[in-house]
Ligand binder design. Structure first.
Ligand code: NIG
Ligand code: FE
Length: 418
């Protein structure tokens, strides 16, 4: 007998996503979800103990007193979504710039005029720690309601030594107090502070020589990210920062080829980044290098949608063997949303991905993009019981019924949080 304190059973489809915890899914494997019809999953103390057909498991499971049996008849049961790219610690909002963009001003022009990211930097600087904490907590609660169980969070809205540390401490505090798993990323290289205008390399020195050592010393981040693009950090500057990060134990990630074809993907391959993100304007050469270097491409269709830009060439990437993941890019400028489910719909319609591929991209491959695939992203014995129940008869329905929440229940480490 297997003792369990949670038994989710009778799912019309249980999507296990099994078998890809070592390396992310690529090519044809991306569409294989490990479906069990009439599936069930049992867990104890937050860990998955058994996965299989309800008919087989029912006789093997002994539900402990006070345990939860959940009947998922007619529903899809799958691992919680993993959100591999957010900027969710900030104050203020930028709806006025949204209107400016509608009137024809570009995202880059707004940034260059001192708005955009710098607008949020000012709002964040004048917010107290409690305000930042409660705003970030609200966004995490929204992610949970959308079925997300793990969230990567970048700093980058302070651009000073103490300010960036302060943002990462907010993430640290949330890690202690919020049920979701959080993965912190240091992104002091998000924009140049105005006082460093025409001496940008001095800011690069500050990031590489002062911020990174402090972040590493205080163990405040796992990854280091750089906005490498036209008008922000050059490839050379990004290389210096990511190399400094690596020397201090921070794994590299890159905002690459979002605004222009800038060689960001090539740099990601060169520094062996864990992920290259955005890639709206990635070159053919860049795609080949991402595939060969095993860099996960984190695609953010909400950003392309919200900036009214062309979408990333997902089909070409999949064809060439790049492991793709999906994310909201939740941030106040280019993608103010927590609606991961909508990203799957956009990925289907605008990047020609299949529904099954989008499910892999937003679960197990997203987990690989944040170094969490040993714990989350699939329903397998030994992994965390992060279980999502959707009001959907099968997986094709998930991106099809769009813009509305399908979430029926979310179990985080075996405990029902939604
Ligand atoms: O991922 N590209 C850079 N950073 C964010 C946008 C941040 C902002 O506009 O506040 C992004 O799109
Ligand atoms: Fe981003």
């Amino acid at each position: 007998m297997i003792e369990a304190d949670l038994f989710v059973k009778n799912a019309s489809q249980l999507l296990t996503l099994a078998g890809s915890s070592e390396t992310p899914k690529r090519g044809a494997a991306l569409a294989e979800l490990g479906v069990i019809r009439g599936g069930a999953v049992a867990a104890r103390a937050g860990e998955i103990k058994a996965v299989g057909r309800t008919a087989d498991l029912e006789s093997e499971i002994s539900l402990l007193t006070g345990g939860c049996a959940y009947d998922a008849s007619g529903k899809v049961v799958m691992p919680c979504f993993v959100e591999p790219h957010t900027h969710l610690v900030f104050a203020g909002s930028r709806q006025d710039e949204f209107v400016q963009r509608l009137q024809g001003k570009s995202y880059l022009k707004i940034l260059q005029a001192g708005g955009g990211i710098l607008n949020t930097v000012r709002a964040t600087a004048s917010a107290g720690q409690d305000e930042l904490l409660s705003a970030a907590r609200r966004r995490l609660d929204l992610f949970a309601r959308h079925g997300v169980g793990t969230v990567e969070i970048k700093s980058g809205y302070s651009l000073t030594v103490e300010g960036e540390l302060r943002l990462l401490r907010v993430v640290q505090e949330l890690s202690r107090t919020h049920p979701l798993d959080l993965v912190p990323t240091f992104m002091g290289a998000h924009a140049f502070p105005p006082v460093y205008r025409s001496r940008e390399d001095d800011y690069v020195d500050l990031v590489a020589g002062v911020m990174i050592p402090r972040v590493a010393e205080e163990k405040l981040a796992r990854f280091c990210d750089v906005f490498c693009d036209v008008g922000v950090f050059t490839r050379e500057q990004a290389w210096r920062i990511l190399t400094a990060g690596k020397n201090h134990g921070l794994q590299p990630k890159i905002h690459a080829d979002e605004l222009a074809s800038f060689g960001g993907a090539e740099l990601a391959a060169e520094v062996r980044a864990v992920s290259a993100d955005h890639l709206l304007k990635v070159s053919g050469e860049g795609i080949g290098r991402l595939a060969r270097a095993g860099v996960v491409a984190v695609l953010l269709p909400g950003t392309a949608f919200f900036l009214n830009e062309g979408f990333a060439p997902a089909r070409q990437m999949i064809r060439e063997g790049v492991a793709v993941a999906l994310s909201t890019d939740c941030n106040p400028g280019s993608s103010p949303t927590e609606a991961i489910h909508l990203m799957l719909t956009l990925a289907c319609l605008k990047m020609k991905m299949l529904p099954a591929e989008t499910v892999s991209a937003a679960t197990i491959n997203a987990a690989h993009a944040v170094g969490m695939a040993h714990l989350v992203g699939s329903l397998e014995k030994g992994k965390q019981a992060d279980i999502l129940v959707l009001d959907a008869p099968d997986y094709n329905y998930i991106p099809y019924h769009y813009g509305t929440s399908l979430v029926e229940a979310v179990f985080k480490k075996g405990r029902r949080i939604i």
